[in-house]
Write a protein that binds this ligand. Structure first.
Ligand code: GDP
Ligand code: ZN
Length: 359
């Protein structure tokens, strides 16, 4: 049964899209509560709390822990590279941390290091997660403690993939970061009206930044969206994530005069890697994604991630209308009239059907 509370949740969800600071920094998901939170989110018949709400209600991390913490830049098997106390170094990851099944160490994690050995992982305030491609019941963390996820897309070469964007936006919402869409390669467009396909995300309150690493368009705006924050770049391979990192690099260094630079020479990104751009800006390059599964999501909570359905659903005949097969559904009516975006609705229906198959 839908109730006023769940409608309010959808309202909050929309507001959290437009938040400009990402997750409040005094909030934490801990190693211990993360799975419980997702279980609650996934299986309860009660109104599930969105992860972002849960994060906001958790107690703050201890300040003294934070001050001595190092940040994880890359994770290798049994080792990781961290940055802390003004220097980068390699550390041993002891088995009890490396072997955790669902949420092993991730880039962006803050860790306490004692004699080149990771002692403990501090509570996370946000995550970006997807199911492990080989083991769908396991969660793979792409990054931790990010303020912003910059979803890099292109309209041409490669073509726009709205369904992938919709899925990434859901994952961002669940993990508690702020979503920004960078539409790269706008120099390839014959007509700027091709960007209208992104209006549906603007309408949701997501910041959309058209840009080009070739012409420099939008780079200042991109830089402003990540400056002083921890941001992960995600997107289909070939959209220009590496080019954006390189384009942002130079000027950020000049602006901040940081001693710590990104390493020279790029390797193919098969794992996430964090780069310190100085001035408190950390950018995380992530492996290119072709598909993006949603970890442990159920049908009932799916509609919470489509905030634009919230108001029309008050006029559906059934209070718990799924907007898929019921008669007299206002959501479907508005899709037909063009008031709601059809592509978003189709993503919803596909996900809905997908989720049933897996149960
Ligand atoms: P990644 O796989 O997302 O890291 O993408 P890359 O940064 O490697 O870029 C893929 C290709 O797109 C390269 O050939 C780049 O030169 C090209 N590219 C990147 N940015 C732009 C852009 O703004 N305009 C155009 N026309 N090409 C771009
Ligand atoms: Zn309906």
């Amino acid at each position: 049964m839908r109730d006023r509370k769940s409608r309010r949740a959808a309202g909050r969800l929309r507001r959290s899209f437009v938040r400009d600071k990402g997750v409040e920094s005094n909030a934490s998901i801990t190693e211990d509560n993360w799975e419980a939170l997702l279980d609650e989110h996934g299986h309860s018949r009660r109104r599930r709390m969105l992860v972002s709400e849960v994060i906001a209600e958790l107690p703050p991390a201890q300040d003294d822990d934070d001050a001595n913490a190092a940040i994880v830049m890359a994770v290798m098997s049994a080792r990781c590279r961290v940055f802390g106390g003004g220097e980068e170094r390699d550390c041993i990851v002891p088995p009890h941390i490396a072997m955790r099944r669902k949420s092993a160490l991730a880039v962006g994690d803050r860790v306490r290091v004692v004699e080149d050995r990771v002692e403990s992982v501090l509570p996370r305030r946000s995550v970006l997660a997807r199911p492990d491609p080989q083991h769908k019941h396991l969660q793979r963390l792409i990054a931790a403690n990010i303020d912003v996820v910059l979803n890099v897309v292109s309209v041409k070469a490669p073509p726009l993939r709205p369904r992938l964007i919709d899925r990434v936006l859901i994952a961002i919402q669940r993990g508690g970061a702020q979503a920004v869409i960078g539409v790269n390669k706008v120099d390839l467009l014959d007509d700027r009206s091709e960007l209208n396909a992104l209006d549906r995300y603007r309408d949701l309150g997501v910041t959309v930044i058209p840009c080009s690493t070739k012409t420099g368009e939008g780079l200042d705006e991109l830089r402003a969206s990540v400056e002083g924050k921890i941001a992960a770049l995600v997107g289909h391979s070939g959209v220009g994530k590496s080019s954006i990192l390189n384009a942002l690099d130079e000027r950020l260094q000049l602006a901040t005069k940081s001693l710590h630079r990104r390493g020279t020479g790029r390797h193919t990104t098969t794992r996430s890697t964090l780069y310190d751009f100085g001035g408190g800006t950390y950018l995380i390059d992530t492996p290119g994604i072709r598909e993006f599964g949603l970890w442990d999501l159920d049908r009932d909570s799916l509609r919470d991630y489509f905030p634009e359905f919230s108001e029309p659903s008050e006029y559906c005949r059934f209070t718990d209308c799924t907007h898929v097969h019921e008669p007299d559904c206002e959501v479907k009516r508005r899709v037909e009239s063009g008031a709601l975006d059809r592509a978003r609705y189709e993503t919803y229906v596909r996900l809905y059907e997908d989720l049933e198959e897996k149960r």
